[in-house]
Design a protein around this ligand. Structure first.
Ligand code: PMP
Length: 441
């Protein structure tokens, strides 16, 4: 399996081929960041400005952003920028004082979720949200056993890294973490998808218990982004969640990727599947670039944890975080971005499916709303084609269109633009992709 940070990554051994100026920039950075430096693309990019779905380099060249989900309502959206700067100029402190902004925001967020999920805890990142979720689940169930999908990524703390198989370049998660096959809709027949996934979860629970590890939680990202984008048929998650609940475990819905309207069908990805999580975690698109995260759960789950530990997060739930969170929801509502994700996403998917008729190497086009995966296969034998995916991603970059890679082999084109993506942007992306695919054949 390809580690997540190896997908579409620049390799330092290629630095000499960049030309003097770019090579110098890359080396300067590698010197200070050391082994942790990761850059995208064979020719790394440097931007100076962003607006809507566009990123601009120092020469003013515009790149169509069909990759970034953090600036979910559009790069530097003026409503969000104004909300943040206004509040920064007025008051910004931690949340151990009363402040109406964050309580209003918490109420607004909770109103979008099932009534049982009545308590919210703010964090700064998706990783922190998932770290806390796993701790809540362990304390509530008395178990340590966690189930994740095989190419899952849930964040970067010590605990969450252990539940993120794609973080491992060597070795594998500890035995209390069980890895199950993803619901791969390209390789598993649709009518068997739900039962196959649920069967994997049931087997993992049995295996945990057999090895003396009590089951605690299943954590999944309901759009299965790092696994390669598996969205359909809606509802396929239900059987697995039933298995989890029957075994006394909790279901943690990681909404860092599908949340805030991206799938077009509902604000939250789990709602597309008609399931009820015990814990919901959020991050990235929540703040459009400002670091806000959250965890939402039932009161009793939080109570068990808080009877044993405290939880305070200095920058979480600050007045600025609240102002930004409100502003992002304002934009999603006012600009009908969820509808846009549904409409433009369906259009883009249909246009990409059209391309796949002419280009046999596009084996599958799938996804929900503005989260689309395109599976690349070797034309000769249908095997996954990660090298080809990487080449296409870099050729698109050279033509100023930005996408990424996903999937356990790295053979899936990941298309995940800001939610203000239009049909014209979709046409541009498809035209450039068509060019790239035709050029190579
Ligand atoms: N969960 C999922 C599904 C993610 O994709 C990510 C980030 N890629 C995270 C959690 C972690 O979020 P963060 O990087 O903000 O900590």
């Amino acid at each position: 399996m390809k580690p997540i940070l190896a997908l579409n990554a620049f390799e330092m051994k290629d630095a000499a081929a960049l030309g003097a100026a770019l090579e110098e920039r890359v080396r300067q950075r590698a010197k200070v960041f050391g082994a942790a430096s990761v850059l995208f693309y064979d020719r790394p990019l440097e931007f100076v400005r962003g607006e809507g779905c566009w990123l601009y380099d120092a020469d003013g060249a515009a790149y169509l952003d069909a990759y970034n989900n953090v600036p979910s309502v559009g790069h530097c959206h003026p409503h969000v920028v104004q909300a943040a700067t206004r509040q920064l100029g007025q008051l910004n402190i931690h949340n151990r004082y009363l402040h109406h902004g964050i309580v209003d925001y918490a109420e607004r967020l909770l109103a979008t979720l099932p009534a049982d999920l009545s308590n919210v805890t703010f964090t700064c990142t998706g990783s922190e949200s998932n770290d806390l979720a796993l701790r809540l689940a362990a304390n509530f169930t008395g178990g340590q056993g966690v189930i994740v999908t095989e190419a899952a990524y849930h964040g970067n703390t010590a605990l969450v890294t252990e539940s993120s198989p794609t973080s491992y370049k060597q070795g594998a998660p500890p035995l209390r973490v069980r890895v199950v096959p993803a619901p791969d809709s390209h390789r598993i027949p649709q009518e068997r998808l739900s039962d196959t996934f649920a069967g994997g979860v049931a087997a993992a629970i049995e295996d945990l218990e057999r090895n003396g590890v009590r089951f605690s939680a299943l954590i999944v990202d309901s759009i299965f982004s790092s696994d390669g984008v598996f969205a359909d048929p809606p509802g396929f998650l239900r059987a697995a969640i039933d298995v989890v609940h029957r075994a006394g475990g909790l279901f943690i819905a990681d909404e860092v990727q599908p949340g805030f309207g991206r799938t077009g069908a509902s604000l939250w990805g789990f709602q597309r599947h008609g399931v009820l999580p015990d814990i919901v975690t959020m991050g990235k698109p929540m703040g459009n670039g400002y670091p806000i995260g959250a965890l939402v759960t039932r009161a009793e789950i939080l109570e068990v944890f808080c009877g044993r530990y405290g939880y305070f997060n200095t920058y979480a739930g600050s007045p600025v975080a609240a102002a930004v969170g409100h502003a992002v929801l304002d934009v999603i509502e006012r600009e009908l971005l969820m509808d846009n994700a549904a409409r433009v996403g369906a259009y883009l998917k249909q246009r990409l499916a059209g391309l796949s008729v002419r280009h046999a190497e596009l084996a599958d086009v799938r996804g929900a709303g503005l989260y689309i995966g395109v599976e690349l296969q070797r034309s000769s034998d249908g095997a996954p084609a990660p090298e080809r995916a990487a080449a296409i991603i870099n050729q698109l970059r050279d033509r100023r269109v930005l996408i990424g890679a996903a999937g356990r082999f790295g053979s899936v084109l990941k298309i995940r633009p800001p939610l203000c993506f239009t049909a014209a942007h979709a046409d541009h992306l498809v035209a450039v992709l068509d060019d790239v695919l035709t050029g190579a054949s």
